[in-house]
Design a protein around this ligand. Structure first.
Ligand SMILES: Nc1ncnc2c1ncn2[C@@H]1O[C@H](COP(=O)(O)OP(=O)(O)O)[C@@H](O)[C@H]1O
Ligand SMILES: [Mg+2]
Length: 255
């Protein structure tokens, strides 16, 4: 269980200081999928970096299962899929995907075998020995997701994983992730710009204000699980999506 309590973060000092987050609190229970939406620059990536242990917060607490692990300890507890896919162009897809395990000290041969085993489930079968530039945008994101997933962390932090894709590919990957999640389970905090994506995938949506980021609204998504591609096509889902669209549009205007 992740509990973020009153977290603040400022970059730099003096006149050049940027107040990125102010008094941010949110909770993601075990097995829950939460989404974080908010305008560009409101501090979403900053918040994920703090949770992941890549940076230190200035105030508040980040608690995991009732403890307050250091940033270094958090690095080992969360799986993080960054906004950029970070696939190295000179490595094959398989070498890229197994890299996370190799960095953790898993023997190279075993890391590659464990990664290769998952390729079909991630729609990447047959592309093991291609280079990243030979993949479609959607495949690159699935490869990046697989690399994160293979670390075996029970809590994933996903930073706009489908943000750079066209609408059709994004829709396909949302369905794919919803269905994959039914299988793999775990907890997640997903950053997204897309109200449809937030509702289709999550149990709860946190809406952030423009910078400095605060949590403005919390929306419970009471759609049935397991989710399918059609989960976001019901009347109940449409109402939530419209509400969220309205909330985030208002914020964009103020920003
Ligand atoms: N390393 C940094 N140094 C200084 N300012 C930063 C740094 N990282 C982010 N910022 C600033 O903090 C604010 C929040 O950024 P970010 O968390 O990337 O927002 P989002 O992911 O919501 O678009 C922005 O104004 C951004 O310019
Ligand atoms: Mg960001």
């Amino acid at each position: 269980m992740l509990e973020i309590e009153g977290v603040g973060k400022r970059y730099g000092t003096g006149e050049l200081a940027v107040e990125a987050l102010v008094d941010v609190s949110l909770t993601v229970a075990d097995g829950e999928f939460a989404a974080l939406v908010g305008p560009s620059g409101c501090g979403k990536t900053t918040l994920l970096n703090l949770v992941a242990g890549l940076d230190e917060h200035d105030s508040g607490r980040i608690m995991v299962d009732g403890e307050t692990p250091s940033a270094e300890e958090r690095l080992e507890r969360f799986g993080y899929m960054p906004q950029e896919d970070m696939l190295f162009p000179w490595r094959t897809v398989l070498e890229n995907v197994s890299l996370g395990l190799e960095v953790l000290g898993v023997d190279r041969g075993e890391a590659r075998a464990r990664a290769a085993e998952m390729f079909p489930q991630f729609g990447l079968g047959g592309f093991e020995h291609r280079r990243p530039h030979e993949l479609s945008g959607g495949m690159r994101q699935r490869a990046s997701f697989l690399r994160t997933y293979l670390l075996g962390r029970p809590f994933l932090l996903l930073d706009e994983p489908f943000g750079a894709l066209d609408a059709i590919t994004r829709g396909q990957l949302q369905s794919w992730l919803a269905e994959t999640w039914n299988r793999i389970g775990g907890s997640a905090l997903l950053v997204t710009h897309d109200p449809h994506e937030a509702v289709a995938l999550s149990d709860r949506v946190y809406v952030m204000s423009p910078r400095p980021g605060r949590i403005m609204r919390v929306l419970e998504v009471d759609l049935p699980r397991p989710r399918t591609a059609r989960a976001a096509e019901t009347e109940a889902a449409h109402q939530l999506i419209d509400y969220l669209r309205h909330e985030t549009e208002v914020e964009e205007v103020i920003a």
